[in-house]
Design a protein around this ligand. Sequence first.
Ligand SMILES: [Zn+2]
Length: 172
Amino acid sequence: MGDGPLSDGEKSSTVRVTPPARARKLAKVPFVELAEGRVQGVVSSGSDIGRVYVSSVAAGTYAFACSTNNNRPCGGARGSYCNHIRALVGEAVLQYGAERVARYLKADTGDTAPDPAAIVAAMTATRPAQGDTAAAAPVFSRFLRHLAYLELAPSTAPLPEMQWFPPTRAVA
Ligand SMILES: [Zn+2]
């Protein structure tokens, strides 16, 4: 590789590694995992680029939690799922596939094929309780560990964790 501007192929190479089930909007939900009996991850604030939310939904009970990285409660997650949790479920479906997310959450969408809306509807219909945000700190620290890949020496070897990085141009 020379010193010239990157070709289109080189620019997009970070998103070609182990493609998710569907293309994800990585800038919106940079980190999502099925872990510890929860769908959990980090969701960007829609209005403040300096703020992120750590959101989670528990499998089986659908108990939900959402707080900022500074552990302040999300104003939208009082009584029901906020937009961050909905975005998280949507991105989990893109990353892992709807069937797998529904199975993991034990969300029964009945006759409806599982998609993000059906999964969220099945869970909210049970009037889930608010969970505690104790899990937020470990989730956020795993996210920061992913950020640590920024510190790695340049390499052409694929790093799947790098997939969440948005394209270099500004994201709307
Ligand atoms: Zn929220």
